[in-house]
Ligand binder design. Structure first.
Ligand SMILES: Nc1ncnc2c1ncn2[C@@H]1O[C@H](COP(=O)(O)OP(=O)(O)OP(=O)(O)O)[C@@H](O)[C@H]1O
Length: 602
């Protein structure tokens, strides 16, 4: 419940006075509804359906007296006009209230959406290492909708409760004995119906789990669709999907069963109650008919509200787990925000002068487990030189680069850029702003090539774009595309080959004019001819920026000034390319000979 109140306070902050205006409007609408209904009694009296002496009805006594003194030709249209005025006004008010309500809800959901998105984007990289990406999709779409719905339900319930209290007060005034009788029955029924509320909450928890699986599953399956198709795994995935959707259907129907059961109990008891109520009113209390009709009218309006409140409570309970899930995610990313101080936010780019250094750096992905991804690393990446990091798969190359970029922070030791620790937020931001990064699986948006390049420099002109494309050996293939720079490249760039994607991302990195260029396996998808072109590009860039290159293919780093060789999380060799290749017993020369041997066999 405390998660629910957190979001109620939030909607209060977002909507301000509008929220109370909205609730007052709802109350007024309900009140007008009540008055309209109350007017039916003198109407019935007028047409002779009731032999009325309205003296027993509050407010109506003087009114009916007045009406009786007029002729029917005058009083009937008058009362009907008042009736139309009240209910017509109510309808107009209802429309304004619906619009205001939609505005409040929409601004609430927009605030929630933006806050969550921004909070997620500003969370540290380490947060992403621990979380499933599909959980973000799930919270941002499914759970956000449930939170929105739940909040609206809660507000409806509050208004409904206020109105119910008002009607109860009116009914108490008209007939205390009958009202108490109905209230006691309603109270007993609500006590009995608590089990339905609890059951709804349990079903809601299941709904959350199932929809989480659903989101995770579909994002995994469509992400790995090529694997599924090539290995003919469709049948097993379809089986998994059918089973899950079957459980989801069952879960949904289960909620329907609980909800409809409580509704039917309320409805049946209302019938029994009305019968008992009529009996007591007529046979025991001898209630006057006009009073009886008003009270019956009020209760036939009131009882559905009891049913509505009960149903709202069940629906709200089934949505409570979404509130919990959303709040939990928010608390997690709030605790792991980075780059927050305004002073750091204004940090300018870093023109690296000396270089980036690690001293006695150790790192574990999970500090609770004994395995270190990096252990006691001491390296220096000299500024404006090309440094290559090599080693077998799993040696710790990417982890080291993530540390050098300040994406993760060492458990022990320190990383410094130009002698200033990356623990200092301003330095970290400045460094991050100066990096051009090209990953092994480069990320491209399903937009035009121009859009993808201009992401790093929105003011870049066509000439700048072509220059960057030339530099990355991509100009030729872009020129051949049907719309050149305006060609839309497909989801994550799937309409391009792996090598073309890598070269485009390299062009984007160069366009940023970074002082540090990081290539993490960025040439893995290139053929020898294109690899040579990239090699030449890197050669041209040498001296103008600091380059850190991870490469399995050692031919890519032939021109490196400095080579770091890693094995099982440790640096086992470092020095110049030539120097290391000549140390015949060293690991680097072994790596070289493996690769040249493999190439000769090919
Ligand atoms: N997100 C992660 N969570 C837990 N362990 C991880 C994670 N990423 C990497 N590791 C572990 O850290 C170690 C170093 O991994 P890293 O990716 O840095 O190696 P690498 O040399 O870059 O490998 P490759 O050449 O295959 O990319 C490996 O044992 C790996 O299993």
């Amino acid at each position: 419940m405390k998660d629910l109140f957190y979001y109620i306070r939030k909607i209060q902050r977002v909507a301000g006075g509008k929220l109370y205006l909205n609730m007052s409007m709802t109350l007024l609408i309900s009140l007008l509804d009540g008055i309209g209904m109350y007017l039916i009694v003198p109407l019935l009296g007028m047409i002779g359906l009731l032999q009325m002496d309205s003296g027993s009805l509050p407010f109506l006594a003087p009114l009916t007296g007045l009406i009786h003194s007029w002729s029917l030709q005058l009083s009937l249209p008058l009362v009907l006009a008042v009736y139309v005025l009240i209910l017509g006004g109510q309808a107009l008010l209802q429309r304004s209230q619906t619009l205001l309500n939609a505005r409040i809800i929409q601004s609430f959901i927009r605030t929630l959406r933006t806050e969550t998105y921004e909070g997620l984007l500003r969370a540290k990289w380490e947060f992403y290492l621990r979380k499933r990406r599909s959980d973000f999709n799930h919270v941002m779409s499914n759970e956000l909708g449930r939170v929105n719905y739940g909040t609206t339900l809660f507000l409806q319930m509050v208004t409904s409760l206020i109105f119910t209290v008002l009607q109860i007060a009116l009914a108490l005034w008209l007939s205390p004995a009958l009202t108490v009788m109905v209230l006691v029955s309603g109270g007993l029924l609500a006590l009995f119906a608590r089990r339905f509320v609890r059951r709804s909450k349990r079903i809601g928890e299941e709904t959350t789990e199932l929809s989480k699986h659903y989101f995770a599953g579909i994002s995994d399956h469509f992400g790995g669709i090529k694997d599924i198709k090539s290995n003919r795994l469709e049948a097993s995935h379809i089986h998994w999907f059918r089973k899950l959707t079957d459980q989801m259907e069952h879960n949904f129907l289960e909620f329907g069963r609980v909800n409809s059961m409580s509704q039917v109990i309320y409805r049946l008891s209302s019938v029994v109650l009305i019968a008992a109520f009529m009996y007591v009113a007529i046979a025991v209390l001898h209630t006057p008919p006009e009073q009886l009709i008003t009270v019956v009218l009020i209760f036939t309006r009131l009882w559905p509200r009891f049913i509505g409140i009960q149903s709202n409570m069940e629906q709200l309970s089934s949505n409570l787990p979404a509130f919990h899930d959303m709040r939990k995610l928010q608390q997690e990313y709030e605790a792991e925000q980075e780059l927050i101080s305004p002073e750091a936010a204004g940090a300018s780019k870093l023109a690296l002068i000396d270089g980036i250094g690690c001293t006695h750096v150790s790192y574990r992905y999970n500090p609770k487990e004994p395995q270190y991804a990096l252990r006691d690393i001491n390296v220096h990446i000299p500024a404006n030189r090309m440094t290559a990091i090599v080693g077998k798969s799993g040696a710790g190359k990417s982890t080291l680069v993530d540390l050098l970029m300040g994406l993760i922070h060492p458990e022990e030791g320190e990383v410094r850029a130009d002698g200033v620790s990356l623990q200092r937020e301003r330095q970290l931001l400045a460094l991050r702003g100066s990096i051009g990064y090209v990953a092994q699986d480069p990320f491209l948006f399903n937009e035009s090539i121009r859009y993808n390049l201009q992401l790093v420099d929105p003011n870049a002109q066509d000439d700048d774009l072509w220059q960057a494309l030339e530099f990355s050996a991509s100009a030729e293939f872009v020129r051949k595309l049907p719309q050149g720079l305006d060609t839309v490249i497909g989801d994550r760039g799937v309409r391009l080959s792996g090598g073309e994607r890598q070269r485009l991302v390299l062009a984007r990195a160069i366009l940023k004019r970074p002082s540090i260029l990081v290539l993490d396996e960025a040439t893995s998808a290139l053929d020898s001819e294109n690899e040579l072109l990239i090699q030449q590009t890197l050669e041209r860039l040498k001296g103008s920026m600091t380059m850190i290159v991870i490469a399995h293919r050692l031919s890519t780093i032939r021109n490196a000034d400095h080579v770091i060789v890693m094995e099982q999380g440790e640096v086992i060799q470092q020095g110049g390319y030539l120097q290391l290749s000549q140390e015949s017993k060293g690991s680097f020369s072994k790596l070289l000979s493996y690769q040249s041997g493999a190439q000769m066999q090919v």
